[in-house]
Design a protein around this ligand. Sequence first.
Ligand SMILES: [Zn+2]
Length: 167
Amino acid sequence: MTDDQPFDDLLAANRRYADTFDLQGFDGVARAGVAMVTCMDSRIDPLRMIGLEPGDAKIFRNPGARVTDAALEAIVLGVHLLNVDRVLVIPHTRCAVASSTVAELRYRVSASAGQDVSWHAFHVIEDQEEALKEDIRRIRTHPLVPDDVAIGGFIYDVDTGRLDQRV
Ligand SMILES: [Zn+2]
């Protein structure tokens, strides 16, 4: 990355991508009926890790793979308008927000930002297994998520690439 043209390499890659672009004509539904909530972690390749391709799934990512109100909104839209009938929630091993305290994250961000960050929320996960159960419960009990939607909670192992169903 160069400071004056920070996006040049990406735009060049995009031009090559567009030259052979073959994803046109999609209607935006999830063709495999899959929606996934997972972490923003760069070690996660959400489609490839479950054998899917572009067009197959709705992917919602945030730090820690939490089922936030925004994630629930995405799931409700997915289920009712976009062909979703399977929902996977996939946090992962060695996740920064599941292995740090709020104080640690504040300290590190503060050191980087050079200013007090105590006003900013950082949503750490104290018990990943419990958080996953609670997140699955949030989806299951949502009045707009029908009972016939399959909902699963999994942990992704960033060292082996394996998914382990926990809920
Ligand atoms: Zn993570």
